[in-house]
Design a protein around this ligand. Structure first.
Ligand SMILES: C[S@@+](CC[C@H](N)C(=O)[O-])C[C@H]1O[C@@H](n2cnc3c(N)ncnc32)[C@H](O)[C@@H]1O
Length: 216
């Protein structure tokens, strides 16, 4: 069995950058966030491009996001929507929700993306079952397992669940006792997603690591 994985060094990374097609409004958002202490939270363009494709491939009618921040990934996903498609995105932090709404208004996305303010744990139980083509999880890491349970309920059969940061910058590979709380939560989440009989899950090394699950 061929089990080697390709290391991505600087030269290969530069090669990949040649194929990155970052839309101007998202590139402008990255420029605006340069130097911000939370800039690293913005969804990596490689994953953004994948999300756009996945939204399109899964029907592009309705998308749920857990963790809006300034709206990077929601803007990528909006590019894959059908003309009548929409996104519900959940954000606990009021100032971040305001900034995302401002960005969506500036970029003509305000009527397609609704920001739900407050902790996702409070909003998720009120969302209808089987209503979404795709759910993207990108919020607090200890919450991931709970969000997965809601996602399995609200995503239709055949729909997709994507979760970001499952490699935690490589910290998931530390010995169990040396992992920080987020890395430990992401290992537990990856075990849950790959072991859940209601899902079929692949672990991808895109960006900071992603699980991609289809709901059976
Ligand atoms: C990694 S950032 C999301 C990045 C975003 N997807 C993007 O590409 O710009 C995580 C976000 O989740 C939010 N968050 C953390 N805990 C949350 C919770 N319990 N409910 C909703 N949002 C939460 C944080 O305030 C933060 O804005």
């Amino acid at each position: 069995m061929a089990s080697d994985r390709l290391p991505i060094g600087d030269a290969l990374s530069a090669h990949l950058d040649r194929f990155a097609r970052i839309p101007e409004e998202i590139a402008a958002l990255h420029r605006r966030m340069e130097g911000d202490q939370w800039e690293v939270m913005m969804t990596h363009p490689d994953l953004g491009a994948l999300l756009e494709v996945l939204v399109r491939a899964s029907g592009g009618r309705s998308v749920l996001e857990v963790g809006t921040f300034v709206g990077t990934s929601a803007a990528w996903m909006a590019r894959g929507l059908e003309p009548t498609g929409h996104i519900d995105t959940l954000e606990a932090d009021g100032e971040r929700a305001r900034r995302a709404e401002e960005f969506f208004a500036e970029t003509g996305l305000a009527d397609r993306i609704r920001v739900h303010r407050g902790p996702a744990e409070a909003t998720l139980p009120g969302l209808p079952a089987d209503a979404y083509d795709l759910c993207y999880i990108d919020a607090d890491k200890p919450g991931y397992i709970g969000y997965l349970e809601h996602a399995v309920r609200v995503v239709r059969t055949g729909g997709l669940i994507v979760a970001d940061n499952v490699l935690a910058g490589g910290r998931v590979a530390l010995p169990e006792g040396e992992r920080d709380a987020n890395a430990a939560a992401l290992v537990a989440f990856t075990e849950a997603a790959t072991g859940d009989p209601r899902l079929r899950t692949a672990v991808l090394t895109v960006g900071d690591g992603v699980t991609l699950s289809v709901v059976l």
